[in-house]
Design a protein around this ligand. Structure first.
Ligand SMILES: *[C@@H]1O[C@H](CO)[C@@H](O)[C@H](O)[C@H]1NC(C)=O
Ligand SMILES: *[C@@H]1O[C@H](CO)[C@@H](O)[C@H](O)[C@H]1NC(C)=O
Ligand SMILES: *[C@@H]1O[C@H](CO)[C@@H](O)[C@H](O)[C@H]1NC(C)=O
Ligand SMILES: *[C@@H]1O[C@H](CO)[C@@H](O)[C@H](O)[C@H]1NC(C)=O
Ligand SMILES: *[C@@H]1O[C@H](CO)[C@@H](O)[C@H](O)[C@H]1NC(C)=O
Ligand SMILES: *[C@@H]1O[C@H](CO)[C@@H](O)[C@H](O)[C@H]1NC(C)=O
Ligand SMILES: *[C@@H]1O[C@H](CO)[C@@H](O)[C@H](O)[C@H]1NC(C)=O
Ligand SMILES: *[C@@H]1O[C@H](CO)[C@@H](O)[C@H](O)[C@H]1NC(C)=O
Ligand SMILES: *[C@@H]1O[C@H](CO)[C@@H](O)[C@H](O)[C@H]1NC(C)=O
Ligand SMILES: CC(=O)N[C@H]1CO[C@H](CO)[C@@H](O)[C@@H]1O
Length: 881
């Protein structure tokens, strides 16, 4: 009796603190079978934060965390256990969500034995595998008994299944989906579904499926030639961010016909028939963005009359925008951005009275856009229109019937559409590649203060910025020829990007300004301007800074001590200025630095060696640094780019470079340096890039390379043998030093090598024949050394004599000197020898040309690639992934 009442008390107590919505009633008890199924499921889980602490038999399972039962039958109907992860404003690029507190381990399909389960949400957890069978160990590491696919009974009433964003879950088999015949909603977004799976067949068989979300599943086959799919109830189809390379699939058309092609009797459907029979032309949302779809939009798309949302952006679709889209009168969202559409914007789009979002920028559209095209859009909130061939011709008096929140225009050549300034709700403004006049500028900048996001890129706004105050969270004003002194900013500004303008004067206007509240600035980029004066000593006020780029200006003086207060700093680029003096030791406090670029200045003293373990790129080249290369460099395990070229370094190359882990192994996941800034409603990705010369063009790559450049110093001695262990090294430049000794055959270990320059040293011995096995090698320069003997065959493939000249002892092709052992075969031609004497001059003349031929690794950071993932509500997650 006592025991009973205590248990009862405990029960009710726990009841009241867990689910207030479920009545605590003694009459209804959780079904024992359901409870056992749940306990079984729990066994296979790893639950690091003990989310399921209430899941124990003493407590009614209807009261367990995340469990809901039917009020009357007390059978388990819902299981709601998504994981919540933080989305901090600043996420280092490549960082995954921290899921250490989420459920992990095996997702066991025995859970589907819950006969009355209707809703199952395990999204954003960290499940690693799906267990198909009910026997054997439930952990992912034991597959020994997992050969039999799980067989359902008449179990399933499941209507909602959400397993999205379990990023590490690999789905090798989808057959278990097919028996879930009641499913209306299925979301497997962010899960890697194995490419060989016949995914369509497994889901199309579901007669009541209304929503199918397979975003970012790495799917490859969209079944372009399938005539019809068997979907009968589908309303929402989202297949964005996959790898579909194909024409527009025809089976989508059959989603419009709505005729039930499925023979219901053959599918063992045990649930009820749907109340409404398959709706005629029922598809409401079709999202195929960010794939590789090509070809034209088929005319039949105009027959999907119920369509409210159509997103085909970021594909390779071409031809004209089908006028049939004008028939989609329910459409509220039409996104065709970033394709190859040509022709004019069809007038028929004017029939889409309900449109709220119209985005067609970054296509090859031509013709004129005027108020006539926009007259009927009373609900329009987002508009993007930008193509080199599109001309804007708006009446300056026109008052639009809509109030936009987002606008993106490009290639505005004539008058700037005056109506834009009347959009008092506008928060996001993007204008690019425009030669329009933004006059009167004072009015323009005043209008800009209402905006949360302003992006003006490659326009000609010649105005003076000295008296402008900027207030938007994101100010992106790249390549506009803005002049005068630097503008001031309010504490609202998080990103200030003024790269490639004509700003002059001192940066103290910004940095030493008195602010009313603490600055939020994270990203300061004023590279490629004409800034002069010193770096100032006002950095103490800017602790929020993560990225600073002031490269390519005329800044002089010393690097100030106060920069050491920037403890959040990840990327500091001060290259191509006239800075002098030593690098202050106070910078040691910036221990989070990823990139430190002070190349092309006049800095002196010994090479700084205080960097933290995270440093990935060091550009110290073209300065006056002297002394030896500090051995501490070898402890920088993440270092990918080491550029100490063109200094006055002496001594030998340290024999510990093999300790730099990234140079030995090629870690693919860490090659990008940058971060993602998350704002409500949009995010910005900033990725630093490396500039590489290919065939005379400097191209920017976002994947950092493993580069060692020690050229143009006074280094002497041999190449230490551990250099041959750097199997991840892609470019090695030791030219213009006093190095000597031979090159070992072990060089063949440098499997990743694409460029090697040993020219202008005193290397001797034979050129290793193993080099012909370096398959990625594109640039080779051994000229002006003392190499001897025959150039090994194979190596000369693709390289000209310029790679070898200036080595008197070297012979054989591609040089014209014939090796003694071959002399019998080739009688020397006196004319050839004459030519040879001129070769030295020839090299000097052609050397620049040579550099342009292959890949010259001109290492430079901050050709900052930016994708302002604008307007993007749905896919942010997929990006971070
Ligand atoms: C699952 O839970 C997450 C987090 O609460 C939610 O965003 C998502 O919409 C839910 N899925 C369904 C199908 O209700
Ligand atoms: C499914 O239910 C039917 C009747 O509703 C029954 O005949 C059949 O044996 C059940 N199958 C299983 C596997 O439970
Ligand atoms: C549609 O159903 C038919 C008949 O059941 C089947 O042969 C066909 O493969 C199904 N199509 C798809 C795409 O699943
Ligand atoms: C658009 O609808 C009209 C009337 O419903 C029809 O006559 C026309 O053929 C349709 N156009 C296209 C391209 O589907
Ligand atoms: C549009 O591009 C297609 C090829 O994709 C071409 O055949 C057609 O002539 C182009 N139309 C216009 C108006 O440029
Ligand atoms: C600066 O902008 C001009 C004009 O838009 C462009 O031609 C040039 O390449 C840009 N320079 C850099 C370094 O980005
Ligand atoms: C840069 O500023 C200096 C004065 O500091 C001036 O002499 C020079 O003409 C400016 N260069 C450009 C390209 O504006
Ligand atoms: C570079 O710095 C040295 C002193 O370290 C000075 O003598 C020299 O004039 C400077 N050169 C330039 C171009 O500023
Ligand atoms: C390099 O690594 C070796 C072990 O492989 C270690 O003994 C040595 O101290 C390291 N040297 C430096 C400079 O980090
Ligand atoms: C594009 C298209 O019309 N595909 C098929 C849709 O279904 C009908 C009826 O089976 C087929 O005749 C079409 O070929």
């Amino acid at each position: 009796m006592d025991a009973f009442s205590i248990e009862l008390f405990l029960l009710c107590f726990l009841c009241s603190i867990t689910f207030s919505s479920v009545m605590c009633s003694l009459e209804i008890h959780c079904n024992e079978k359901d409870m056992n199924t749940l306990l079984h499921f729990k066994q296979g889980l790893i639950d690091p934060s003990v989310v399921l602490s209430s899941w124990f038999p003493k407590l009614d399972c209807c009261e367990w965390t995340g469990v809901k039962c039917d009020d009357i039958t007390a059978r388990v109907t819902e299981l709601y256990l998504p994981c919540y992860t933080n989305h901090p404003q600043l996420v280092p690029y490549g960082d995954k969500d921290d899921k250490s507190h989420c459920l992990s381990g095996a997702f066991s399909l025995t859970l589907l034995e819950l006969e009355f389960l209707n809703y199952l949400n395990l999204s954003n957890n960290d499940f690693k595998c799906i267990k198909y069978s009910s026997i054997g160990s439930r952990r992912c590491d034991d597959f020994s008994t997992d050969n039999l696919p799980y067989l359902f009974g008449n179990t399933t009433k499941l209507r909602y299944l959400d397993l999205s964003y379990n990023y590490d879950l690999l789905v090798n088999d989808l057959h278990w989906i097919s028996p879930l015949t009641s499913l209306q909603y299925l979301n497997l977004g962010g899960i890697y579904i194995h490419k060989d799976i016949d995914w369509l067949q497994s889901v199309t068989i579901l007669p009541f499926l209304e929503e199918l979300h397979l975003v970012g599943c790495q799917l490859e086959n969209i079944y372009p030639f399938l005539e019809y799919a068997n979907f009968t109830s589908l309303q929402v189809l989202n297949l964005a961010h996959n790898h579909f390379v194909s024409e527009f699939p025809t089976w989508l058309f059959n989603l419009s016909s709505g005729i039930s092609l499925i023979d219901l009797s053959q599918n063992q459907i045990h649930s009820q028939l749907p109340k409404t029979l398959p709706c005629f032309r029922s598809l409401k949302s079709l999202v195929l963005s960010r794939n590789f779809l090509k070809g034209t939009i088929p005319d039949w798309l105009g027959q999907l009359e119920q369509l409210q949302e159509l997103d085909l952006s970021y594909n390779f679709l071409s031809g004209s925008i089908s006028t049939s889209l004008g028939n989609l009168s329910s459409l509220t969202v039409l996104i065709l951005e970033s394709n190859e559409f040509n022709g004019s914007l069809p007038d028929d789009l004017g029939k889409l009275f309900n449109l709220e979002t119209l985005r067609v920028a970054t296509n090859s559209l031509t013709g004129i856009v005027s108020e006539r095209n926009l007259l009927s859009f009373k609900n329009l909130r987002e508009l993007s229109l930008s193509s080199p061939g599109l001309n804007f011709d708006f009446d300056s008096e026109w008052v639009p019937p809509f109030q936009l929140k987002h606008i993106r225009l490009g290639y505005v050549r004539n008058k700037f559409p005056a109506w834009v300034f009347k959009q008092s709700s506008l928060k996001y403004l993007t204008i690019g590649d425009s030669t329009t006049s933004f006059e009167p500028l004072d009015k323009f900048w005043k209008f800009a203060t209402q905006l949360e996001f302003i992006s003006l890129e490659r326009n000609t706004i010649n105005g003076d910025m000295s008296n402008v105050v900027l207030n938007s969270k994101v100010v992106w004003l790249v390549g506009n020829n803005l002049g005068g002194g630097v503008p001031r900013i309010t504490s609202e500004v998080i990103v200030l990007h003024l790269r490639n303008n004509s700003l002059s004067g001192s940066i103290s206007t910004i940095l030493c300004q008195i602010m009313t509240s603490k600055s939020n600035l994270v990203h300061l980029n004023m590279a490629y301007n004409n800034l002069s004066g010193e770096l100032t000593d006002c950095w103490n006020n800017w602790e929020s800074l993560v990225l600073i780029n002031l490269g390519h200006n005329n800044l002089k003086g010393k690097i100030p001590n106060s920069m050491g207060s920037l403890s959040n700093l990840r990327c500091l680029s001060l290259g191509n200025n006239m800075l002098s003096g030593e690098v202050p030791l106070s910078l040691k406090k910036c221990h989070n630095l990823w990139i430190f670029d002070v190349g092309h200045n006049n800095l002196s003293g010994v090479l700084p060696s205080w960097f933290g373990q995270n440093i990935k790129g060091l550009k110290l080249g073209s300065n006056q640094f002297s002394g030896t290369i500090p051995r501490q460099i070898c402890q920088l395990h993440s270092l990918m780019v080491m550029d100490f070229s063109s200094n006055r370094l002496s001594g030998s190359i340290p024999d510990c470079l093999h300790n730099i882990t990234t140079m030995v192994a090629n870690y693919a996941s860490t090659r990008r340096v940058g971060f993602i800034l998350n704002f409500p409603g949009f995010s910005i990705t900033v990725v630093t890039s490396i500039q590489i010369l290919i065939k005379g063009n400097e191209l920017s790559y976002v994947d950092l390379m493993n580069v060692i450049d020690l050229s143009n110093n006074n280094l002497y001695g041999n190449v230490p043998s551990d250099v041959y262990m750097l199997t991840g090294l892609q470019s090695l430049n030791l030219s213009h030093n006093h190095l000597m000794g031979t090159i070992s055959e072990e060089i063949v270990n440098l499997k990743s090598l694409e460029s090697i320059d040993l020219s202008r040293n005193n290397f001797s011995g034979q050129i290793p024949s193993s080099m012909s096995d370096l398959h990625y090698l594109e640039v080779l320069n051994f000229s002006f050394n003392n190499f001897m003997g025959k150039i090994p065959s194979g190596t000369q493939l693709g390289f000209t004599e310029l790679s070898y000249i200036g080595n008197p002892g070297l012979c054989g092709p591609p040089l014209t000197d014939i090796c003694p052992q071959d002399e019998e075969l080739h009688r020397t031609n006196p004319a050839e020898e004459e030519e040879e004497e001129e070769e030295d001059d020839k090299f000097e003349i052609y050397s620049w040309f040579y550099m342009g031929l292959g890949i010259g690794f001109a290492v430079g950071f901050w050709g900052v690639l930016v994708s302002a993932i604008f307007f993007n509500r749905r896919c942010n997650r997929a990006y971070i992934h």
